[in-house]
Design a protein around this ligand. Structure first.
Ligand code: SF4
Length: 336
């Protein structure tokens, strides 16, 4: 199967007063047609910056793509001009962000906002776009959509606003949907409804999806494959079942033990990972998890391990699993 999106050795930095923040450091992955790929990791792991790069949202300072390649349906998009990126963004790759209020225009009715997407990307007349906007609002479960199109974002609840964002993201029938923590700002019952809606629409429209979430229960329920990011790097990836049930990377193990999961019914003790993420102004030379890892060896300080392929559906980067690992695993002490 050919990937619809191919990311290779992506490096993204931000110039700040303190220096260069190396937010994404050599990330590679594929997204295949029809699949849902989840990206998980703590705040500052680089997951949001990675997907913003796919949308061409890092095209201007202080952010910059320093290296690597992003190919969408075989076409390199890192060197496209803003005008060309604008054609892909929304039309080919739709996106739903965490907080709809930052994406919706508070001064425009929701009908007009959805209509603008349809006029721009599907070349509809304004009248037809408005009629189609009503249908889109109905498809995302907004009651009385004919009246709602005249409402402004502040007149809607948080859940309704997120439904409007989904309608906008899907208006141009994109091939890929990127959903960045789409339910975080919502209460628990609404979260489940919005997730079900995204899942159903993704199936109906035959899209591929990248889902960023901190909820591993959501990953287990929705995703086919998962990427675990830490310190701007991918540390483990594979089929959800492999990564969740046969995880090998110490960070993934810590993440699984520290995060609540909707799919675990009984109460269980959560174990936070001691320590802090690395400072990406001066990231570690070797493994990014070295300061917090109880299995850290001398080599972990010096060298980042290559990807070890455990199976066709499971890879990780850790010296513990690496064929070139030193025979005697000399612990240097970590924080875990
Ligand atoms: Fe990183 Fe070494 Fe720990 Fe593996 S054992 S996670 S390479 S510090």
């Amino acid at each position: 199967m050919k990937p619809i999106l191919e990311v290779r050795d992506l490096h993204v930095s931000f110039d700040t007063h303190e220096g260069e923040v190396q937010a994404v450091r050599g990330v590679s992955f594929d997204l295949y047609e029809g699949e849902t790929l989840a990206i998980v990791g703590e705040s500052g792991s680089g997951k949001t910056v990675t997907v913003q790069s796919l949308l061409g949202l890092i095209a201007r300072p202080p952010g910059r793509i320093k290296g690597g390649s992003i190919r969408y349906r075989g076409r390199e998009i890192t060197d496209l001009q803003e005008r060309e990126l604008d054609q892909i963004r929304g039309a080919e790759i739709g996106y739903v962000f965490q907080d709809p209020m930052t994406s919706l225009n508070p001064t425009m009715t929701i009908g007009r906002q959805i209509g603008e997407v349809l006029v721009k990307h599907r070349k509809m007349s304004k009248g037809k776009a408005l009629r189609h906007a009503v249908n889109l609002l109905r498809s995302v479960g907004i009651p009385n959509p004919s009246a709602r199109i005249r409402h402004y974002p502040h007149q809607l609840s948080g859940g309704m606003r997120q439904r409007v964002m989904i309608a906008m993201a899907l208006a141009a029938s994109p091939k890929v949907l990127i959903a960045d923590e789409p339910t975080t700002a919502l209460d628990v019952t609404i979260q489940a409804q919005i997730l079900d809606l995204i899942k159903d629409l993704k199936e109906q429209m035959g899209m591929s999806m990248i889902l960023i979430t901190h909820d591993l229960g959501v990953v287990a329920e929705v995703a086919d494959r998962v990427i675990v990011m830490y310190g701007g790097k991918v540390v483990e990836s594979g089929d959800v079942e492999d990564v969740f049930n046969r995880c090998r990377h110490p960070y993934t193990k810590g993440l699984l033990a520290s995060m609540p999961r909707m799919d675990r019914l009984k109460e269980e003790k959560l174990e936070p990972i001691p320590g802090n993420p690395p400072d990406l102004l001066s990231p570690p030379k070797g493994c990014p998890f070295v300061e917090r890892c109880q299995y850290a060896m001398r080599i972990c300080n010096e060298w980042m391990p290559d990807v070890t392929v455990r199976s066709e559906t499971h890879q990780l980067s850790c010296w513990l699993e690496h064929p070139m690992a030193p025979p005697v695993k000399e612990a240097v002490g970590g924080g875990m």
